[in-house]
Write a protein that binds this ligand. Sequence first.
Ligand code: SF4
Ligand code: SF4
Length: 222
Amino acid sequence: MEPVRTLEEISDGKIYDIEDMVRAGTRGCEGCSACCHDVGDLVVLTPFDVYEMKRGLNLSFDRLLEMHLTLREKNKIMLPYLKMEGAQKHCSFLNPEGRCSIHGYRPNICRLFPLGRIYEADHFKYFLQVNSCPKPNLENVKVKEWIGIENYEANKTFILEWHNFIKALTFRLKFVYDTEERQKINDYLMDTFYKMPLEEEKDFYAVFKGILPDAKKHLGIL
Ligand code: SF4
Ligand code: SF4
């Protein structure tokens, strides 16, 4: 088994916040799509990512699953991930020109790279993954501009809530040994958070806020 690498080994040793400058700028990634290959088990999708894809592509979750996503189970939790295709294992959203065809609504994890998140008690910051992006001479950019997400505070609140929810569910499922019960929990998770209909008058965050308390109650987690 490969030894687990420490944060010090994979980063430049600094922690960045949203207004900080970081050497992550790739000048448009011209000629490179390295991080869109063979990342099938890395890009786990949140309900926000899927909501944005459904809206942007006008597709249902089931159609997305048929075409672009795949379900993977980790720690007994079934979640959607990006589907990789072909001999080169490219993301199914990568177009023939080697560009992301869903750039405006690409998943949060794709927005970050080569940054990663580091979670603390009730917030998170960022670190730079060194030697992961092959582009030479990465430019200094503001973290906020690099991520380029609208409504950052609402997005951050959601990511924290989702992170804590999945953590609590992971703990809860540790003690679920019955496969049928586990399947029911995973079906509920999928139906509640990924198959939820788009609501034109409300943004995603309002919809999520509305369903989270009942979901926690239903699943018996705090
Ligand atoms: S590996 Fe770096 S340069 Fe290449 S596509 Fe990803 S972020 Fe852009
Ligand atoms: S969604 Fe876009 S940015 Fe993310 S891996 Fe696929 S092609 Fe690359």
